[in-house]
Write a protein that binds this ligand. Structure first.
Ligand SMILES: *Cc1c(COP(=O)(O)O)cnc(C)c1O
Length: 369
C-alpha cells in the first residue's frame, strides 16, 4: 500500500499547471536519487550551500547563486540582503528596519499575494503608477535615499500598466538601486536562467518546484555576488530572518540535480510534444455538441507553451463548473482550471504524462458526449 492510499488521499491528474496547491511538480528519478544520496550523512550546511551555489552559478552563467526554500523565500532573503548588506547588527534587528534603507518600489499593477514575502521584512512598499498606466518619471521621483530595491514581478501581472524591465533596470542602475526579479514561474524558456541578470537585474528568483521539477520546497536565486553573499547570513542555519525558511541538504542537492537536468532537456521536442497533444485535443473536442475549442498561447504564466481552451456554449452537455467538478469527482481525479470567462476552461499538457493526456481526453469526451 502506498503512503497516499494509506492516508486516504486520492492522487490527482494535474491538467492545470505547476500549482503549489497540487504539489508543484513531480520530481524525476534522478532528483529523488540525489536527495536520497544527500540524506545519508551529516555535512556542513553552509559549506554545502556555497559549493552548490557555485555549481548553480556556473551552470546558469551567473556570478553567484543560492538555494532558498522556494521562490517566495528567495524574495524575502533578497530583500533582507538589500537592507542589511553584511551588517550582522542590522540582520539581528529585522524586521525592525530602524537605521536601514527600507523602501521597496513596485508597480501598482504588479501587486500580488507574493509581495507578502517582501513585506514580512518590515519594508514599506512604495507603489508607482496606477492600475492602467505608469510614467517613467514616477520611478525617478520615487527613488530616494531610503530606497532599498525595486521588485519586479514577471508573469501574468507584467506587461500591463508598467514599462519595460530594461527601462526599470536602466533607471535603477543609474541611481544605484538593486532590481530584484521575481521570475518564479518563468521557466521555460531555459534561457531565462541568465536572461534577466544579463539584462542587468541584480538577481532573478525561480521556483525550484515548478517546471524545474526540483524539490517543491526549493527556490533558486541567481545574480550578483554581493547580494547572494548578504543573503547567506540572513538565511538558515543562522538565527536570522530567514531561519524559519530552512533549506535542507537534500533540497540543495535536489535542486542542483534538477537544474543540471533542465539544461540538458530538449526543450524544442518538449514544446512540439505539447503542441501535438493540444492539436489532438482540439480535434477530439471540436466534435462535441456546443463546444468551441481554441489553442491558447502562451500560458497563464507567459511560458511559451500551448494549452487547449474549451468554451462551453448553451448546447453543451455540462456547464464549465459542472465539467470541472465531474472531472474532479471521477476516478481518477482530474483537476482542470477554469479561465477568467464563466463558461470556459483550460486543459494544460505541461504537467501530464502521455498516458494522462489520453485519460483526460477520454474523460472530457465521455462527459460532454
Ligand atoms: C509560484 C510563484 C511564487 C512562489 O514560488 P514558490 O517557489 O512556491 O515559493 C512567487 N511568485 C510568482 C510570480 C509565482 O508564480
Amino acid at each position: 500500500m502506498g503512503i497516499y492510499e494509506e492516508l486516504g488521499i486520492r492522487p490527482v491528474i494535474n491538467a492545470t499547471a505547476t500549482l503549489t496547491k497540487l504539489g508543484g511538480s513531480v520530481m524525476p528519478p534522478e532528483v529523488v536519487a540525489a536527495m536520497q544520496d544527500a540524506a545519508h550523512c551529516f555535512v556542513d550546511l553552509e559549506e554545502l550551500q556555497v559549493k552548490v551555489g557555485a555549481r548553480l552559478a556556473e551552470l546558469t552563467h551567473n556570478e553567484s547563486a543560492y538555494v532558498a526554500a522556494g521562490a517566495a523565500a528567495g524574495i524575502t532573503l533578497a530583500v533582507a540582503a538589500c537592507l542589511t548588506g553584511m551588517d550582522r547588527a542590522l540582520m539581528d534587528r529585522l524586521p525592525n528596519t530602524t537605521g536601514m534603507k527600507d523602501e521597496i518600489i513596485v508597480f501598482k499593477s504588479h501587486r500580488n499575494g507574493y509581495d507578502h514575502a517582501a513585506r514580512m521584512v518590515g519594508v514599506k512598499m512604495i507603489e508607482i503608477g496606477t492600475a492602467t498606466h505608469t510614467d517613467t518619471a514616477e520611478l525617478e521621483t520615487a527613488i530616494n535615499d531610503k530606497t532599498a530595491a525595486f521588485l519586479w514581478f514577471q508573469g501574468g501581472m507584467s506587461g500591463r500598466a508598467d514599462f519595460p524591465l530594461q527601462t526599470v533596470i536602466d533607471i535603477c542602475t543609474a541611481r544605484g538601486v538593486p532590481v530584484l526579479v521575481d521570475a518564479a514561474a518563468q521557466l521555460p524558456p531555459v534561457e531565462n536562467l541568465w536572461r534577466f541578470t544579463q539584462m542587468g537585474a541584480t538577481c532573478a528568483i525561480f521556483s525550484g518546484g515548478k517546471d524545474l521539477r526540483g524539490p517543491q520546497s526549493s527556490g533558486l536565486v541567481v545574480g550578483k555576488k554581493w547580494l547572494i553573499d548578504a543573503m547567506r547570513p540572513n538565511g538558515n542555519p543562522n538565527a536570522s530572518i530567514g531561519r524559519p525558511m530552512k533549506v535542507g541538504k537534500e533540497e540543495m542537492v535536489g535542486l542542483l540535480t534538477a537544474v543540471k537536468r533542465y539544461l540538458t532537456l530538449d526543450h524544442d521536442l518538449r514544446r512540439q510534444r505539447d503542441e501535438r497533444v493540444v492539436a489532438l485535443w482540439l480535434e477530439a473536442f471540436d466534435e462535441l455538441p456546443g463546444v468551441q475549442t481554441a489553442r491558447s498561447f502562451p500560458n497563464e504564466a507567459g511560458q511559451p507553451l500551448p494549452r487547449c481552451e474549451l468554451v462551453l456554449g448553451p448546447q453543451a452537455k455540462l456547464t464549465r463548473d459542472q465539467l470541472v467538478q465531474q472531472l474532479r469527482d471521477g476516478d481518477p481525479c482530474i483537476v482542470a482550471m477554469g479561465s477568467g470567462a464563466p463558461n470556459s476552461l483550460f486543459l494544460n499538457p505541461m504537467t501530464l504524462t502521455d498516458d494522462e493526456t489520453a485519460i483526460v481526453q477520454a474523460r472530457v469526451v465521455q462527459l460532454l458526449s
